[in-house]
Design a protein around this ligand. Structure first.
Ligand SMILES: [Zn+2]
Length: 445
């Protein structure tokens, strides 16, 4: 079954013409087609205007009238920690009232609170929580999500977390059973009248596409506090070989920062991961400048994430090495910290992506529109730059922009329909979910 969305008031394609990402001033050109139309099965087959669509052969297509609505590519959220257990609402409330993250961590809170909850949780409990968040992300317009391990911090629990990622990945990529259409059938012969949208069919199993990242080096767990080198050796010699052997991740990530892992330790971990065939990411320059961006460039990381403290020097190094700069403004917002310098990065021509960093401690949101609002208001990105950073450049941060991140012929039909006449409303009308419907690989939700 094919679907034609037509009479779309604002169709945003973020057309990249084969480029893997978009930088600089071109980030403002999101290719908006007024009165647009798009035809897709599980991949996109045609994009144009509603007028041109009248000449298509639509014999077996579902026609949907999108008057007064906006259609955009599904968001690609390239940095999340969505597999976790427990809640840190009490810590959040204390921070809102004035306690610092460091004070809470010193009392055994922070990442350790979540580590304990994840170690105790069953696989089913973890999977249920992850699925709840993934489905919520989908309802907010996200069709591809990266999820990391990193709350187990021992071999068995790290593998357990990645297996949850795998369960979700299977739901996301193999959800091929066709959803019965509840749209009223439309005669597809002469002058077809498009149907309007009926209630969303029940697709309770559907989640976004999932990309998995091993983050065993997220923090040194308490049992290794006196011997961090010993823990690094466990990550390299015990965890990574099993992750690779069991095919549990596409990426390896390391938290390279003051108080976490040194550049030397991180380099050893990432080199081993590369040797085992994993792609690389790094949490860089969040707390202090210790050379994490330089390391990311040297090792050929696909992305360096956070970058709150990066100066023009780090940014130029990342740009020249083609490393995506993934900004996570939800973290600075939640922790009331300074934001990364997005304006400088864009004017330097770096590849800038946005992601939620969804996690129970420092950024508890799976909503990309919320992140885009924060990016526009507090990092002074334009709405169009925020859209580019959340779609094609997010896909580049996962090395999959040939598959998704824009509405172009041949790409996956990851398409989202908003109940609003302009893409600008997605940032302007903030804090409100305007998603009306969407398709993941052509499957409607
Ligand atoms: Zn993170």
């Amino acid at each position: 079954m094919k679907t034609l969305l037509t009479n779309i008031a604002s169709l945003v394609t973020v057309r990249a013409n084969g480029a893997p990402y978009i930088t600089g001033e071109a980030m403002r050109d999101i290719d908006e087609i007024l009165q647009g139309a798009i035809l897709f099965g599980d991949t996109i087959e045609w994009v144009g205007t509603a007028e041109e669509a009248k000449h298509l052969d639509l014999a077996d297509a579902d026609l949907i009238d999108c008057s007064g609505k906006t259609v955009m590519p599904g968001f690609v959220d390239s940095h999340t920690h969505m597999v976790f257990a427990g809640s840190r609402a009490h810590e959040f409330a204390r921070r809102v009232a004035g306690a610092t993250y460091a004070e809470i961590a010193a009392e055994g809170g922070g990442i350790l609170t979540t580590m304990k909850a994840v170690r105790q949780a069953t696989e089913d409990e973890l999977a249920a929580n992850a699925q709840r968040l993934l489905q919520s992300a989908l309802r907010h317009g996200t069709t591809t999500v990266e999820i990391k391990s990193g709350y187990g911090l021992d071999t068995e629990t790290e593998l357990k977390m990645l297996k949850i990622g795998t369960r979700c990945q299977v739901l996301g990529t193999h959800a091929q059973s066709p959803v019965p259409s509840t749209l009223s059938p439309v005669p597809s012969t002469s002058s077809p009248v498009p149907s309007t949208l009926s209630p969303v069919p029940s697709t309770s199993y559907l989640v976004p596409h999932v990309v998995r990242t091993f983050l065993g080096a997220h923090a040194v767990p308490p049992e290794w506090k006196r011997d961090p080198e010993g823990y690094v050796n466990i990550v390299i010699n015990e965890m990574l070989p099993r992750v690779a052997e069991e095919g549990l991740a596409e990426f390896c990530d390391v938290f390279t920062d003051a108080g976490f892992f040194t550049v030397e330790q991180s380099t050893r971990i990432l080199n081993k991961a590369k040797e085992l065939g994993l792609k690389l990411k790094v949490h860089a320059d969040e707390i202090a400048l210790i050379g994490a961006s330089q390391m990311a460039a040297e090792l050929g990381c696909i992305s360096a994430d956070h970058l709150e403290h990066s100066t023009i020097e780090e940014v130029r190094i990342l740009r020249d090495a083609g490393v995506v700069c993934t900004l996570l403004p939800g973290t600075a917002y939640t922790l009331r910290l300074p934001y990364p310098d997005a304006r400088m990065m864009i004017s330097e021509g770096a590849i800038v992506a946005l992601a939620t960093d969804c996690n129970p401690g420092s950024s508890y949101s799976e909503s990309m529109p919320t992140i885009m609002s924060i990016a526009c208001m507090n990092m002074r990105m334009s709405i169009e730059e925020a859209i580019t950073a959340s779609t094609i450049n997010g896909a580049a941060a996962l090395g999959i922009s040939h598959l998704c991140g824009s509405l172009e012929v041949g790409k996956r039909a990851d398409v989202v329909l908003y109940d609003t006449p302009s893409y600008k409303d997605i940032v302007y009308h903030y804090g409100v979910n305007q998603v009306r419907a969407g398709w993941v690989g052509g499957i409607r939700y």
